[in-house]
Ligand binder design. Sequence first.
Ligand SMILES: Cc1ncc(COP(=O)(O)O)c(C=O)c1O
Length: 450
Amino acid sequence: MSGLRFRLSGAIERTNRPPIPQAYSWAEHYKPTPTRPLLDMSQGVPGVPPPKIFLDALGTASSSPSSCGYVPNAGELALRQAIAEEMRIPYGEDIDVTAGDIAITAGCNMAFVATIMTIAEAGDEVILPVPWYFNHEMTLTMLGVKVVPLPTDPDNGFLPSLEQCAKLVTPKTKAIVLVTPNNPVCYFYSALKSIEVSFSQLQTGAIYPASHIAMFAGLARSRNLALILDETYRDFLSTESLPPHKLFAPPASRGPFDPSSHHALPTDWCWRETIIHLFSFSKSYCIPGHRLGLICASPDIMPSLNKALDNVQICAPRPPQIALAPLLPALRPFVQSNNEALKHRHTLFKSLLPPKWHIGAQGGYYAFVKHPFIGIGATKVARRLAEEMGVLCLPAGFFGPGQSENVGPDERDVEDRWIRFSVANVSDDKVRHVCQRLGESEMAFGWETE
Ligand SMILES: Cc1ncc(COP(=O)(O)O)c(C=O)c1O
């Protein structure tokens, strides 16, 4: 490399490197064989392709000259209308969402970038519960927006506390971000000293109850902030957890207003004043490479949002929008069967995990596992798993302050023994092999185990 004569942006230099490529660089040291291939449970990617009806429609749309042109910033109207209709399935028949509230983006990461560009500028503050989705933290840092961590408490099921959040609001705060169901899962690794207590609480902590989301919505509204809800994993909730929240419903259909309940939204609640909802087509529809996501927000924000969208993407890829628009209802059984298959795989993973490896939480795409090596940080373990055992997974430290390799593995808290496995990535058969190799690693690594 010859070096550069110009300087890079300070903001980009302060931004952590993406952790997934770091994990892949560990795997380069592994020598796969036909009987022992690399088993990748790192990035949250669907383990199955989209159904043939979608692939056929995509083929037709891609080869049509009419799909080669730009589309308006907010995307294909037919898809936006279909989405507004489809959202009734998880959120309820009575929701008040129309095509005018929807903008299509090139993935949900882009939805977050465009949202932040629209509502915040360098020097502003955004509150992120810890653990966070690493790209949210990276985006904010890259845009010069201050990340205000909201630590979560194991004694409260790792749910972010409303009172604590309220204390973090300053005149510079622009938004609170919640990811629900969460990625990786709700945990706070440096607080996990008491494992017995934490395990049971982690089980309940992966999904924010609707009442909790409503309280945050109320806080955001009363302090004139945006509540950004990233609901990428919404379609992986079980039926009992639906609707994920009632924020989109008009007040009349939310039941009688009980002013004594701090869960209640005000009678004049209007979601458009406060909520910015984000969604990804990558997981539910198994099309991460086609880059489709969405922002659902007030039409009042759209002219400003379109400025950001026009600069960063002009429009999202057009053929998958055209292909998806008429197919959303027909693809619902596929989305549901994926959800079922994933639940089954979570059960399988749990049942086959070697006894000394403990599941802390499972939900959505992910299982959060405590490794058995005493006094060894998760990054070191994940690295050896990749390099020597051919099992790729992400240490928990990637999802909190000090994420990525900017902090050396040895500098991390050795109490950090949590590893995220993306259970969605692999077949049932590969789950068996992963668990077998985790068992073998206990002998191979030569570290003291519990
Ligand atoms: C919480 C969350 N938001 C957004 C994304 C990115 O989604 P997309 O592929 O649509 O950009 C992910 C991907 O893992 C995620 O976990």
